[in-house]
Design a binder for this molecule. Structure first.
Ligand SMILES: [Zn+2]
Length: 319
């Protein structure tokens, strides 16, 4: 699949983050939180961090990397981590169900109460070899509070042999109690300024549609939007991914109280109550996930716009 185009900086930015993480190797924080970047960048960095804590050759590879203490990425330990089959790395995705976990051969587990309990029991055993156990958690959903609270208890018990890594697009998607226990690392935001001009008609159409959510009229002015998503062959996965990223950026801008001259979509998303903001973020995450599964990108954008509209209209309908 095609990923959003990045400018030259994110790669350098990630390298800089790796260098800083390498400095933490001797005394790793109990909980790291990676935000920003794309989901695959966050996941890759989490695996890299796990390799760093487990690779026995950290100081024996090529001179430049050895100097920075980077993992070798080629020993059995590093290879198992890259393939998600290391005994020391446990991955949990809050979005998958038990059934999906059974069918899933990749080693990624569901974040159910049963699995959290099993994790708790497992943490009492020593990790494999001389390395550290890394528990990587992503797709965390605030609506599954029971599992999140159980997880919190697990994180609270200091364990010298285990580190946790939380992954989220933005820290505001997580329980504040989880964030306050974390060492937060912000990955470079994928830079989309180059393509923003191309996205302007999309931003305007989406804004016009969403503005109607606060009006009493029954039918929303969808035409402008549907002219864009309905044009044959006009939407590919890359464009859709850029639109999703644009929405994420606008949502982040909308949360800055002193910002003037906001772009139209950010203006439209201003003063959202926190639960709606979270709902928007979750919807954007879902859209990103669907794009990775090669669902028709134009339909994903229609679904996104309709979901946004429904979230905004939610209480205007009951007032
Ligand atoms: Zn290695």
């Amino acid at each position: 699949m095609t990923m959003p185009a990045h400018d030259a900086d994110p790669a350098t930015g990630l390298e800089h983050i790796r260098t800083r993480l390498a400095l933490l190797r001797q005394l790793p924080p109990q909980v790291l939180l990676f935000e920003g970047g794309t989901e695959s960048e966050r996941l890759d960095l989490a695996r890299w961090w796990a390799s760093l804590l487990n690779c026995p050759h950290t100081n024996m590879t090529d001179a430049a990397k050895a100097a920075s203490g980077f993992p070798c990425q080629s020993c059995p330990s590093c290879e198992r981590i890259a393939q998600d089959c290391s005994l020391n790395v446990l991955l949990y995705d809050g979005r998958i169900s038990n059934k999906e976990e059974e069918e899933n051969t990749s080693g990624i587990r569901a974040l159910t109460m049963d699995n959290v309990r099993a994790l708790k029991a497992r943490l009492r055993d020593a990790p494999h070899d001389a390395g550290k156990r890394a528990v990587i958690l992503f797709g965390l959903d605030l609506s599954r509070l029971e599992a999140a609270n159980a997880l919190l208890k697990v994180l609270e018990e200091p364990s010298p042999t285990t580190v946790f890594v939380l992954l989220a697009a933005q820290r505001t998607q997580l329980l504040p109690t989880l964030v306050s226990r974390s060492w937060v690392v912000t990955l470079p935001w994928p830079d989309i300024t180059i393509v923003e001009d191309t996205l302007l008609p999309w931003e305007n159409a989406l804004t016009a549609f969403l503005q109607a959510a606060s009006l009493p009229q029954k039918h929303a002015p969808l035409k402008q939007w549907q002219d864009l998503t309905g044009a044959k062959g006009s939407v590919n996965t890359q464009l859709a991914a850029h639109i999703v990223l644009l929405c994420q950026k606008r949502l982040a801008l909308a949360a800055r109280p002193d910002e003037n001259n906001l772009p139209p979509l950010a203006n439209c998303l201003r003063d959202l109550p926190p639960h709606k903001r979270l709902h928007f973020l979750a919807t954007l995450d879902k859209a990103q996930e669907l794009l990775a599964f090669a669902v028709n990108p134009a339909r994903i954008l229609d679904w996104l716009a309709a979901s946004f509209f429904a979230i905004l209209r939610d209480d205007t309908a009951t007032v």
